[in-house]
Design a protein around this ligand. Sequence first.
Ligand code: AMP
Ligand code: MG
Length: 354
Amino acid sequence: MRGTNRMLLLLLAGLVCAIYSPLAGRADEQPAAAPLTRFEYQQVRMATPFRIALYAADEASANAAADEAFGRIKQLNDLFSDYDAESELSRLCRLSGPGKPVGVSPELFEILTRATSLSKQSNGAFDATIGPVVGLWRVARRKRQFPDPARLTEARSRVGYQLVRLDEQARTVELLHSGMRLDLGGIAKGYACDQALAVLKKHGIARAMVSGGGDIVGGDPPPDRTGWTIGIAALLQPDETPAQFISLKNAATSTSGDAYRFVVIDGKRYSHIVDPKTGIGITESCSVTVIAPDGTTSDALATAAAVLGPKAGLELIEKSAGCETLFVTLREGKPVAVRSKGFAGYETTGLRDR
Ligand code: AMP
Ligand code: MG
């Protein structure tokens, strides 16, 4: 979520792949309706290129809807960024502590409520209180040095989703340990895509898709198609044209893994995704794609599944309602894929899904 993180920006761009659709709706199917035209937009938000593709009757209404959707993403970044000392999240971490509940915006309350429930669902594999440990790993990536074990142990004592007390009536958040740092990096982009799609719907635009890095949310499909065709980046060549595709409508997908952000220390590769139980960046090279009913869920569960690994990660997704996964790991240098039972139902062959 840092504006200057150009590397991250470029790299996350590679996780989102081509979304193909024809230019106009088929008038013979809906003779009464005005033909719809496809419009596409891109803006960098949360240090990531966010894209909107939508179908609208005219350019003016398309532009107005897209402007407001991007405005919403910017507003959410201003609330949720852990890189910005002035964000509402940073302020909460500064002001709250044991016995000090702090009033927050509806958005921050909602995302923390969703984060907590996804932490419970994943038995703590997803944990937005991971901030103190992630901070040490950011330094480790810069210096290419393993974090000091004593500091890691101390940082871990300030991590735990159970240490966030949410009071729905008062809309307050209380951090039950001093020095806690919240990090919404594993959930905020999916939430922002959900919110942007909701803005487009409010403008009467239902045939739309919003993506932010590896997180993509699709509404109703393009006029003459059954879904939005989304490419899944390959584990070993994430920047090349994808060979695998899924087709989605009114659902979301997120891809997490160590393809881009990692550090190699003494020959071992540590990801930016950290196991909250150990405080160590995950070391198994993986690319986890999760399909879920909404982007908030797919984003958090993809991060959680990456922490859990292929076996427990697959179990988590199999028991999560409306969720599917394609989990790719490396075995002896070769990608090995496992799929949840219903994943194949979403797979398609690029352009040929009409
Ligand atoms: P994603 O790319 O969605 O998998 O999110 C990765 C980001 O989430 C990292 O850069 C951290 O900011 C944060 N993060 C790392 N490990 C975890 C974890 N176990 N639970 C929640 N967030 C995490
Ligand atoms: Mg995530």
